[in-house]
Write a protein that binds this ligand. Structure first.
Ligand code: BTN
Length: 265
């Protein structure tokens, strides 16, 4: 069986998400390909998978690093007509689907807004959601996920080797990427259907939040906010108890985390 054929084994024509799988040995970014499929053919739900990306993107304009044939990089385009103010639900649904997919190998948590984290605070994967708006509604979305699967920390670039870990390292054995993809697509299909039907994933997101009770420093683009993580608002904003009161943060990145404020001193 060729590699391409084995990736296609994760497709299920009876589902919306992942009804087909398009595999690329090398591509710029799977998110770009999924967007092109949506724009050219309204090809909703096709999963685009790559063994290597030459222009993989992360959040906040970063590069997504991943060696060839080692990890999972997948994007799905979907036409979703939900209100633009609920766009965060797509990222939440995606990270919940990824956590469910990884369950046989590791119990993961979410570092706000939608990073996949191991219990010890190392990053296992991330989500990149790229939306198109039509007035007050979302017209389409590209959902990209990168998960460190069979990548050993010893071979990671120095800048991430201390802060990243792979599923295989957590599980203690190598992980079948096609089985992981298959579980992810099935879970994402369910999670997206719930979002499309107007159901909020926030309670389940709260259940897997990694930041609650920890001391945080959050970069909101214009300023840094420090304080204790108090959980999530109903719109999945990060609630931080600062010296001057509780702040709800809708956009940004948690750049430092400590067990307690005292540990920072
Ligand atoms: C992050 O943590 O910053 C998000 C990383 C998202 C990476 C994935 S890999 C598949 C898809 N294609 C991309 O170019 N990016 C996403």
């Amino acid at each position: 069986m060729s590699l391409a054929t084995s990736w296609e084994a994760a497709a299920n024509p009876r589902r919306r998400v992942g009804r087909a799988v398009e595999f690329h040995p090398v591509i710029g970014s799977t998110n770009d390909r999924a967007r092109a499929l949506l724009e050219a053919r309204s090809d909703d739900g096709v999963a685009v998978v790559a063994d290597l990306q030459t222009a993989g993107r992360g959040r906040l304009g970063r590069t997504w690093l991943s060696p060839a044939g080692t990890n999972l990089m997948v994007s799905v385009g979907a036409e979703l007509g939900i209100p633009a103010r609920d766009a965060w639900r797509v990222g939440a649904a995606t990270v919940l689907a990824a956590i469910r997919a990884c369950e046989p190998w590791a119990r993961l948590a979410v570092k706000w807004p939608n990073d996949l984290f191991a219990a010890d605070g190392r990053k296992v994967g991330g989500v990149l959601i790229e939306t198109t708006l039509q007035g007050e509604r979302l017209s389409s979305v590209v959902i990209g996920v990168g998960i460190n699967v069979n990548w050993h920390s010893g071979t990671m670039p120095q800048e991430i080797s201390a802060s990243a870990v792979s599923l295989a390292e957590l599980a203690g054995s190598s992980v079948d990427r096609v089985a992981l993809l298959s579980r992810y697509l099935a879970a994402l299909d369910e999670e997206l259907a719930a979002v499309d039907a107007g159901t909020s994933p926030v309670d389940r997101l709260r259940d897997v939040s990694w930041l609650d009770g920890r001391w945080l420093r959050v970069d909101t683009g214009g300023e840094h906010i420090e304080g204790r993580g108090l959980g999530l608002s109903d719109q999945a904003e990060l609630l931080v108890e600062t010296e001057t009161g509780v702040v709800a943060i809708g956009f940004g990145e948690v750049v430092q985390v400590r067990a307690t404020a005292e540990a920072v001193a």
